[in-house]
Design a protein around this ligand. Structure first.
Ligand code: PNS
Length: 169
């Protein structure tokens, strides 16, 4: 688990389209477990995203600025290649319900198949965040609803503006 410098570095990958309070909860807790946590915005080819990778990374950066050992980065290839290049082997993911499990389990096994050092650590969601997802946030925002309890305050305006623009298309 330790990198060349003896640093315990973990990567928390995801689409983060956009980051929610659920993600932030996992990020904060994971940051407490490792020396350095890289929040990695990386492409999920199965999803059509509302925000560009850079927009998503910018939003996360604004939200995590008070957590000193968290870095934000963007990746455009395979997660395992990023791990290799950044001397990291731990992947942190949040689990909400059993419905997340099958897919996450498949990804964890595949990543280890591709890179034998890759270990996935699952953190369970906080009960109050169980229902939360980026898709729900986008759905509510596109109807002009109140997302203030779902996403961090720093990004509310950006999400609402983007949803409005998407509606005009
Ligand atoms: O937040 P998500 O969309 O559930 O996260 C999935 C993500 C982005 C972590 C996954 O799709 C991923 O790792 N994408 C990078 C490409 C890759 O390595 N794919 C193989 C995963 S087994």
């Amino acid at each position: 688990m330790k990198g060349a410098m003896g640093l315990r570095r973990a990567v928390c990958p995801g689409s983060f389209d956009p980051i929610t309070h659920g993600h932030l909860d996992i990020i904060r807790r994971a940051a407490g477990l490792f020396d350095e946590l890289i929040v990695l915005v990386i492409q999920n080819k199965d999803k059509k995203c509302m925000f560009s990778l850079e927009e998503r990374a910018d939003m996360i950066q604004r939200v995590v600025k008070d957590i000193p050992n968290v870095k934000v980065d963007v990746g455009d290839g395979l997660l395992v290649d990023y791990l290799r290049e950044h001397d990291a082997s731990v992947i942190v993911k949040g689990l909400r319900a059993m419905s997340d499990f099958e897919y996450e389990f498949q990804m964890a096994l595949t990543n280890r198949q591709l890179y034998e050092k890759a270990e996935t650590v699952f953190l369970t969601t906080s009960i109050e965040r169980m229902y939360l997802s980026s898709s729900i946030v986008k759905q509510i925002a596109s109807f002009g609803g109140d997302i203030s309890t779902l996403v961090p305050a720093e990004i509310i305006d950006e999400v609402m503006e983007k949803a409005e623009k998407e509606n005009e298309k």
